[in-house]
Design a protein around this ligand. Structure first.
Ligand code: PLP
Length: 509
């Protein structure tokens, strides 16, 4: 059972010069606070002794006020527990109703907000993004995470706080964590870095925000992949950038198309290891072309490497940053996919000459990352649990991916083309345009299948309709049934699919 809370002390204005007795002032203050619903039914109240001491008065007027409020039914006492706002007062308005009926009127005159606030679409979860379950994109196998090990490490650090764990931290992040990440990135991801260049952030999203603040001015043009990661686009919108969608084909971002559209862009945002959502890996020649563009145009490249630890048919592909001789790549990684998203820890590898700028910007933003989970994560990596978890998950996801691909082939024959299944925790299927992917995704969500439609990943006219199918959190046993279920939602008899299959087969060109 939860221990009784130490109640908050309500604001009680006491005026010793007013001539009104103190007990009356206390009584009226409580009564009006309760009537205005600023104290909840059943909320615990401070003891008379505590309140008297806080108000700097004797206990007698407080006792008198409490007695009156008890007699009138505003307060109630519970044996051994203390005094509470009566739980039998008439039903309260809900918080939102309260807001509507509030006597506070919004002051007249303009209520100016930023351009970015107007431009950003309102926060609203899409129907297909609401739950965990079959096909939900970007969700790791949370049930497989070694929670016991993690919990022991949390307890170890929470029980033995050191001085620095409670004070302000280094805006770059915990030194020991940066050191183990540097070893990991150099070894497993081919990133050229040392720990001085690594800044700990609260996930890729903050890394993007920080990079935009450090590198971009309002109105700068930025290449983004088309189709691409919608939340990154929102961040760039908030930064006031001109977003230039550059098509992605089977080799990744089409650099020539980008140069043609806007050669002097300030920055290109790419996910070369496993593009989101199509899952393609950027070819070597495109990587070199992109680096050449950045060198010649004085542009920056942000490499978003969010889930490439998992590669199934070859060794993980080395990072783009590792090929960069002119220090134009800002490399971003995250623990959201490889561990769990609520951890909110990621990192940025910053070119050495930019470190001071990123550092000053970070300090001005939120001072430093919180200590506890950085320390826990350091030990999790240093003690080998991280590498072990990745190895286990690679086997698990590989099995899930194989079953998903086979089930799709069996149920959908050649009508759907599977792309991007060589890495990560999702693949994409592309289907003929006559199917409305949003509408099907909406229908699927009503039946607990969490498909992301492909078309909303485009800023312009979608070149492909289809779905992003996550397999990280869908068990091997669930997959065949879920794929069959999906087929029944397509409103198309199976023989019609096989009859039309080859003729309309789409592809990522
Ligand atoms: C392309 C891409 N980048 C990055 C992320 C991870 O973001 P974060 O580290 O903020 O959780 C995601 C999550 O779905 C993603 O799809």
């Amino acid at each position: 059972m939860r221990k009784a809370a130490s109640p908050f002390i309500p604001l009680i204005p006491i005026n010793r010069k007013s001539g009104r007795p103190l007990h009356r002032q206390i009584y009226e203050a409580f009564r009006s606070t309760i009537v205005e619903h600023n104290l909840n039914c059943g909320q615990q109240l401070p003891s008379t002794r505590t309140l008297a001491s806080e108000l700097g008065i004797s206990r007698i007027p407080v006792l008198n006020a409490y007695a009156q409020l008890l007699a009138e039914g505003y307060f109630e006492t519970r044996a051994g527990a203390g005094t509470f706002v009566s739980s039998s007062l008439p039903d309260r308005a809900t918080r939102s109703e309260r807001r509507e009926t509030s006597s506070i009127k919004i002051a007249s005159g303009p209520r100016r907000i930023s351009r970015a606030s107007v431009l950003l679409p309102p926060y609203k979860r899409a129907p297909w993004s609401r739950r965990h379950g079959a096909f939900s994109a970007g969700q790791p196998a949370l049930g497989e995470f070694p929670l016991k090990v993690w919990a022991n490490l949390v307890v170890r650090h929470a029980r033995k706080p050191v001085a620095r764990s409670l004070g302000y931290g280094d805006p770059m992040g915990l030194k020991e964590l940066r050191e183990v990440i540097a070893v990991y990135l150099r070894t497993a991801r081919g990133v050229r870095c040392d720990s001085q260049q690594i800044m700990i952030v609260s996930g890729s999203q903050q890394a993007l925000d920080l990079s935009a603040r450090a590198l971009l001015n309002v109105g700068n043009s930025v290449w983004v992949e088309e189709p691409g990661y919608w939340l990154a686009r929102h961040m760039l919108t908030a930064a006031g950038c001109r977003i230039v969608p550059v098509p992605v084909d089977a080799e990744g971002l089409n650099v020539e198309a980008g140069i043609k559209e806007c050669g002097n862009a300030r920055l290109a945002l790419v996910a070369p290891s496993h593009q989101y959502p199509l899952g393609v890996t950027m070819s070597a020649s495109r990587r070199l072309q992109l680096l050449q563009w950045a060198r010649e145009a004085g542009g920056w490249i942000i490499e978003d490497d969010y889930d490439s630890e998992y590669r199934y048919e070859s060794n993980p592909i080395a990072s783009l940053q590792g090929l960069d001789d002119s220090c134009r790549v800002i490399y971003i990684g995250t623990f959201s996919k490889v561990l769990f998203p609520s951890l909110r820890i990621g990192y940025v590898v910053v070119p050495l000459d930019l470190v001071d700028h990123f550092l000053a910007m970070r300090h001005a933003m939120d001072v430093s990352p919180p200590y506890l989970y950085q320390a826990v994560l350091t030990d999790f990596i240093a003690e080998g649990h991280f590498a072990r978890h990745i190895r286990r998950m690679r086997v698990l996801y590989s099995e899930r991916r194989n079953i998903l691909v086979r089930s799709l082939e069996r149920e959908f024959r050649s009508l759907w083309q599977v792309v991007g299944d060589k890495a990560g925790m999702h693949l994409a299927v592309s289907m003929p345009e006559r199917f409305d992917d949003r509408e099907i995704a909406m229908r699927a969500a009503r039946e607990s299948l969490w498909l992301w439609p492909l078309s909303p990943s485009y800023m312009g006219k979608p070149a492909h309709h289809g779905f992003i199918l996550g397999f990280g959190s869908t068990t091997a046993a669930e997959i065949p049934g879920a794929v069959h279920h999906l087929l029944t939602l397509m409103d198309t008899p199976r023989n019609a699919i096989s009859a039309t299959g080859t003729a309309t087969r789409p592809g990522i060109q």
